[in-house]
Design a protein around this ligand. Structure first.
Ligand code: ZN
Length: 179
């Protein structure tokens, strides 16, 4: 697979950036074809060795890089030879999207299933039961708690859920009419 092509994708760039951060990005964005040592990368990219190692380790944790150790016969030092495995990126991204979808679905359910009350002074939100316990008065400042509309938020989340399901080719879970 051509790494260059993958790396032109802004979604993949963002994904890598979130993984390794700005200091690790030069490492993540310039994967060499064959094996490479951390020292070679640091020198090539003009980076601190620690920053290179940190980025490599994050990539390793996410199955995007692997290494093998070789012992230098003269010095006895261990050298780590790194290989980038960016073929795994699409699969990782898909898993990430499933996690995101699940999170939004749970949040959406919570938002739709609850009624909320707001103290406009402190911008604190209470669930109905809580608000009732406080006699619909803010425990912080004593202001009356106002019923709060969250249908906009729910709609926005539903829209995002549809979008993600479409991207992932997941069937929507609309209840089917019984025959
Ligand atoms: Zn308040």
């Amino acid at each position: 697979m051509a790494f260059e092509e993958l790396l032109e994708d802004p979604v993949i760039q963002k994904y890598l950036h979130e993984l390794v951060g700005p200091t690790g990005m030069p490492v993540a964005a310039a994967p060499p074809d064959g094996e490479v040592t951390d020292e070679e990368l640091a020198e090539e990219l003009g980076l601190e060795l620690n920053d290179v190692r940190r980025a490599l380790f994050i990539l390793y944790e996410n199955d995007l890089a692997s290494y093998r150790r070789v012992r230098d016969e003269d010095s006895g030092w261990l050298t780590y030879l790194w290989t980038f495995q960016y073929d795994n990126i699409p699969e990782n991204l898909e898993e990430e999207m499933y996690r995101l979808l699940e999170g939004i679905e749970q949040r959406e359910e919570y938002e739709s299933d609850h009624q909320f009350y707001l103290c406009e002074v402190d911008s604190i939100r209470f669930e109905f039961e809580e608000a009732m316990e406080f006699g619909f008065e803010c425990p912080e400042c004593g202001s009356p708690l106002e019923s709060m509309e969250n249908s906009r938020l729910v709609e926005a989340m539903e829209w995002r859920i549809d979008q993600l399901r479409e991207e992932l080719n997941v069937d929507s879970e609309e209840p089917e009419a019984q025959a």
